[in-house]
Design a binder for this molecule. Sequence first.
Ligand SMILES: *[C@@H]1O[C@H](CO)[C@@H](O)[C@H](O)[C@H]1NC(C)=O
Ligand SMILES: *[C@@H]1O[C@H](CO)[C@@H](O)[C@H](O)[C@H]1NC(C)=O
Ligand SMILES: *[C@@H]1O[C@H](CO)[C@@H](O)[C@H](O)[C@H]1NC(C)=O
Ligand SMILES: *[C@@H]1O[C@H](CO)[C@@H](O)[C@H](O)[C@H]1NC(C)=O
Ligand SMILES: *[C@@H]1O[C@H](CO)[C@@H](O)[C@H](O)[C@H]1NC(C)=O
Ligand SMILES: *[C@@H]1O[C@H](CO)[C@@H](O)[C@H](O)[C@H]1NC(C)=O
Ligand SMILES: *[C@@H]1O[C@H](CO)[C@@H](O)[C@H](O)[C@H]1NC(C)=O
Ligand SMILES: *[C@@H]1O[C@H](CO)[C@@H](O)[C@H](O)[C@H]1NC(C)=O
Ligand SMILES: *[C@@H]1O[C@H](CO)[C@@H](O)[C@H](O)[C@H]1NC(C)=O
Ligand SMILES: *[C@@H]1O[C@H](CO)[C@@H](O)[C@H](O)[C@H]1NC(C)=O
Ligand SMILES: [Cu+2]
Length: 583
Amino acid sequence: MFLGLISWLSLAAYAVADSRYTLELTWARGSPDGFEREMILINGHFPGPHIELEEGDWAEIVVVNKLPFNTTIHAHGIHQTNTPWADGVPGLSQRPIQPGDTFTYRWQADTYGSYFYHAHTRGQIDDGCYGPITIKPKAGISKPFDKIAPEDVSLLEAAEARVTPLILSDWRHKTSSETWDIEVAAGLESAVCVDSILVNGKGAVDCWSREDLTKYTSPAIVPVLQQANLSMTDKGPDTNLTALPSSVFDVCIPTQGSREVVKAPSSDKWMSLDIISSASIGTFAFSIDEHPLWVYAVDGHYIEPLKVDVLTVANGERYSVFVQLNKTAKNYGIRVASLALAQLIDTTAVFSYDDAEQSYGNGSTTLESKPSINRAGGNVTADVVFFNQAEMVSFPPQFPQPAPAVDQTFLFSLVTAGSSYRWALNGTAFDNAIDNSNPPLLYQRPHAITNDSNLILTTKNNTWIDLVFHVATAGQPPHPIHKHSNKGFIIGQGEGNFTWNSVAQAAAENPENFNLISPPFRDGFVTPASATSPTWLAVRYQVVNPGAFLLHCHVQSHLEGGMSMVILDGVDEWPEVSKNHMN
Ligand SMILES: *[C@@H]1O[C@H](CO)[C@@H](O)[C@H](O)[C@H]1NC(C)=O
Ligand SMILES: *[C@@H]1O[C@H](CO)[C@@H](O)[C@H](O)[C@H]1NC(C)=O
Ligand SMILES: *[C@@H]1O[C@H](CO)[C@@H](O)[C@H](O)[C@H]1NC(C)=O
Ligand SMILES: *[C@@H]1O[C@H](CO)[C@@H](O)[C@H](O)[C@H]1NC(C)=O
Ligand SMILES: *[C@@H]1O[C@H](CO)[C@@H](O)[C@H](O)[C@H]1NC(C)=O
Ligand SMILES: *[C@@H]1O[C@H](CO)[C@@H](O)[C@H](O)[C@H]1NC(C)=O
Ligand SMILES: *[C@@H]1O[C@H](CO)[C@@H](O)[C@H](O)[C@H]1NC(C)=O
Ligand SMILES: *[C@@H]1O[C@H](CO)[C@@H](O)[C@H](O)[C@H]1NC(C)=O
Ligand SMILES: *[C@@H]1O[C@H](CO)[C@@H](O)[C@H](O)[C@H]1NC(C)=O
Ligand SMILES: *[C@@H]1O[C@H](CO)[C@@H](O)[C@H](O)[C@H]1NC(C)=O
Ligand SMILES: [Cu+2]
């Protein structure tokens, strides 16, 4: 009787879904950068449709899998409060959606902000399976806009309400499964290079001149290249390995492609952009010529606004910015440059006032505006301001805050596991067979789940947890670690080995490495690159939503290579999944 009532209540809640979207996934030919290949289209488009919700809405997202392979769709950054079965991770929260099948995701948009949805099966992000989500804030919530322009608060509110998403991605001419097969056959991580960078799914293959390659090769990688007797080609380091197809690290054939044009109506005075990275591999520098960016929210959470010229955007991150439209009406460059050491690659899109865009395109990519960054993402003058996460403070300032102490500490040792394309969050590469775990972990009782302590962790509800990521070997790139279901506080970071058992011990000895008062609050935690020595990053979060959630690196080749773990959050309050939510 009681259980019956509960399922009746939850059915009732879903029956009144406020917003319903259908995403039909197909495997079709497309040419985002001018080169045609097979890729995933969503409702015939790339990227997929913009899902727009109001804070508090129940969303219903019907995914129709017309692909020739299994898939799932994850809503990145969405908490899935009390709906852990809608998190879209195969083997954890559901069974894979098989070809011809449909799965309906129902979840509540419980916090405002910028998010995105993407496939969460193997490397399918690299095949183009993603699209933006915007959750409009409830009326009356406190916003930091008067700190930007007190006289323009209502214009800023209006700009926020009509926000334009800009999805940044990197793109290969090979499919994700071809890329994986090449790695396995060669026994090494070859997925470090891409063919183009896309803005809202548009771009071109821009091959660099020898002169630019030489000029912009980072001094940090020169000794590495020299030691291995490699040269930097227009497609990355020329390893000249017979095990690899020559196009992996060489052979750049330019394409015309198309360019994204962002229309900026000067009569609006202000424009809001959600910058979203669905990148496979690269961290990007992002900038709009002659237009400072007022960053007002990060990962869907308001901050004390920061005025910058350049954002560095890692895989999975979102930055909400205001741009003031008070310049001469013409075309301005939007610059996106990869910050990876292994490959020099960039793209441009156009920020076009009023009807200025006609003078752009038609084979010409000349922009007459003044950039803040060069082709490698470096500053062109000393006064260029980069977004600095360490300066990021939540708004309102006192909310939310981390607990001063924790119940459990997990120390991870990030390494490659056996070969350069196998990666591990803690020594052991994730077993991709878990994708097909049947029944999925969430459908089981936690005590029945076989615990491999290096792949599956457990927490209790309403406890505080420290995650300490120790990048244990030198030479690793930044790892943008993403926690499903929660945001967390980035409370500390440093160089060298993390030699302590807890944050409390480390902070007692090295208080300068920690910020427990106003730390960044995000759903992505980028570990510092370990160029010459190990590094570490400490994150604190509260377990509030029981379920089986993934913790993983958002670099697609690292994720596929095994840099992932499961956290069974709140095993003491484990949810009973009703038949309605199972597949
Ligand atoms: C697709 O999903 C089904 C059902 O879980 C599973 O049996 C099958 O092995 C999966 N296919 C692949 C290629 O993983
Ligand atoms: C380095 O590469 C160059 C050009 O490919 C070659 O001539 C030379 O022998 C190589 N040196 C070593 C030490 O392998
Ligand atoms: C690649 O290796 C082949 C055979 O070892 C050699 O002939 C060729 O010159 C090399 N190419 C480069 C760019 O080093
Ligand atoms: C645009 O507004 C900013 C900030 O108010 C001001 O510094 C700048 O001079 C203005 N630019 C123009 C062209 O009016
Ligand atoms: C570019 O093409 C558009 C559409 O065909 C045309 O209206 C515009 O005049 C062209 N611009 C230039 C500079 O040729
Ligand atoms: C970039 O900024 C740094 C730090 O402000 C400065 O030292 C450097 O000269 C700048 N680079 C250029 C090309 O101006
Ligand atoms: C990581 O592995 C080490 C060594 O096996 C183990 O002591 C530690 O508990 C593991 N940490 C996590 C978070 O699983
Ligand atoms: C797995 O971990 C849970 C929670 O710590 C524990 O209760 C359970 O007994 C473990 N299961 C197995 C099979 O070891
Ligand atoms: C870090 O620890 C490793 C393994 O114990 C050791 O080999 C290395 O020298 C240490 N590095 C630093 C910078 O302390
Ligand atoms: C888990 O803990 C959070 C925080 O205290 C609480 O809001 C939530 O209701 C708890 N969930 C369950 C299922 O007990
Ligand atoms: Cu990584």
